[in-house]
Design a protein around this ligand. Structure first.
Ligand code: UDX
Length: 460
């Protein structure tokens, strides 16, 4: 007999970043949580109370909630959803070749979940899906005793647990008010802002948030280029703009641009989705182009800093993960940059505190080493790609001494330019003003090297 839906029991489908963090967080809050995961290795790790991904705090929390029996990893959907009051769908929506969101995993998960779900269960879509998806799932559902809501996530990798424990807002979209309330009750505290709306708006809140933040970053990256052309300092410009509370300083860090599992895919999906509805979302097209330009600008700084040819030159890359505190290599700027450098003939040695294992199959031509001092030894140039705090703390005098050349290109504006020039290096940034640094090498000016408008890369 099918058990009745019980809201104390939550089923999470998919033990990826979002699913696993959500599941662990809900178990911590006292729910009985089951995670359905098809990948045997991932499932075995969770079942053993270990995190299969590098996310601060997650390993420890999984140990506790799995140990206490509040979280269980299961293989089959029937086991996972049996009796669950809320079923959270947190499977991937990877991009199709056209840039749309591939919904096949969502559709399959929903199909199976609906088959086994208890009467009265709510299916909450946490996967990022295009506008209209949740409504279509409701329309096409074989069961009218099950309700669908859109329950977008706003977790940042590296601080996902913190974001889950103290969410900036809880958004739930759906046409059935009671179902929406049951899902709202899962997260947040009495002071957490809640926004309840229709499902299409909830879907667009998720896309709009990511696309807006990505556009904000692309905007500051264009400003950084203008700073180089005019002699302004992007950090001062961002600080000054950010003091306006309507703008805010966050997401105004210029550099190599946005990567990761969400921004690139979601910006493209929103732009493609707008296209399906006959709209050309010009701002997003530009944000995407600027983002790819940032990678080329960085490579060009290395190319031109080394005299216009990278053939046989040794370049050390510091940082591979798409951002610090994660080992996630999805859409990491390092992948594009390293490939560009290698296509231009450079010999690349790269390092990262945690992402080497994930990077290895993606960068077959690259030498990967764990020790940053080993990576820079004999290098003609060093390029910083991920702003791990440990790289700022390096003994830059020692680094320059170990290098064969002296060029350091800081793709995240996170290094102390003075420490580098003080050690005899040449410091190049992404729009920072370096005037006032001690005299630099022949060929460099007291302002550091400023390439202004970077010429195109001679790539095929
Ligand atoms: C993002 C959203 O922030 C989160 O709400 C959503 O749920 C998932 O996507 P995440 O991908 O973990 O989270 O990374 P985030 O910290 O937002 O950074 C995204 C990218 O932008 C990174 O590549 C980061 O390096 C870059 N970035 C961020 C900048 O280049 N400049 C900035 O000022 C901020």
């Amino acid at each position: 007999m099918t058990p009745e839906a019980d809201d104390r029991v939550v089923c999470v489908i998919g033990a990826g970043y979002v699913g696993l963090v959500t599941a662990a967080g809900l178990a911590e809050r006292g729910r009985e949580v089951r995670v359905v995961e098809v990948d045997p290795e991932r499932r075995a790790a969770v079942a053993a109370g270990r995190s299969p991904i590098h996310e601060p705090g997650l390993d420890g929390l999984l140990g506790v909630v799995v140990g206490s029996g509040r979280l269980r990893a299961v293989e089959t959907m029937s086991e996972g959803v049996a009796g669950a009051g809320v079923v959270i769908v947190a499977v991937g929506t990877p991009p199709t070749p056209e840039g749309a969101a591939d919904l096949s995993q969502v559709l399959q998960a929903v199909d199976e979940a609906v088959h086994h779900a208890a009467p009265g269960a709510v299916v909450a879509i946490k996967s990022t899906v295009p506008p209209g998806t949740t409504r279509a799932l409701t329309r096409d559902s074989r069961r009218d005793d099950i309700t669908f809501v859109m329950f977008p996530e706003f977790l940042r990798e590296g601080s996902a647990l913190e974001d889950l424990r103290n969410p900036s807002r809880v958004v739930v979209g759906g046409e059935d008010g009671a179902a929406v309330q049951r899902v709202v009750a899962l997260l947040g505290g009495p002071d957490t802002p809640r926004l309840l709306c229709d499902s299409v708006s909830a879907e667009l809140i998720k896309y709009g948030s990511n696309a807006f933040l990505a556009t904000k970053i692309s905007f500051i990256n264009e400003m950084a280029q203008l700073c180089e052309l005019t002699g302004a300092d992007i950090e001062k410009v961002a600080d000054g703009m950010g003091l306006d509370p309507r703008i805010g300083r966050s997401f105004l860090s210029a550099g190599l641009g946005w990567g990761g599992s969400c921004f690139p895919k979601d910006v493209r999906a929103l732009e493609t989705s707008a296209g399906y509805h006959g709209q050309s979302f010009w701002l997003l097209k530009a944000a995407i182009e600027v983002n790819s330009q940032q990678r080329r600008r960085f490579t060009a700084k290395l190319l031109h800093g080394l005299g216009g040819s990278l053939e046989g030159r040794r370049v050390a890359i510091l940082g591979l993960a798409f951002k610090p505190l994660t080992d996630d290599m999805r859409q990491a700027p390092a992948l594009e940059v390293v490939r560009q450098l290698e296509d231009l003939g450079a010999v690349v040695v790269a390092t990262d505190p945690v992402a080497l294992d994930r990077a290895r199959p993606l960068l077959p031509r690259t030498t990967l080493v764990a020790d940053p001092y080993e990576a820079v030894t004999g290098a003609d140039a060093v390029g910083l790609v991920t702003e791990w705090p440990a790289y700022r703390e390096l003994d830059w005098g020692r680094v320059i001494g170990l290098m064969g050349g002296r060029l350091v290109v800081d793709g995240r504006n996170c290094l102390d330019g003075r420490a580098i020039t003080g050690g005899g290096g040449i410091y190049v940034s992404m729009g920072r003003r370096t005037r006032g640094l001690p005299p630099q090498a022949p060929g460099a000016t007291a302002e550091g090297i400023s390439f202004g408008a970077v010429p195109p890369l001679p790539l095929g």
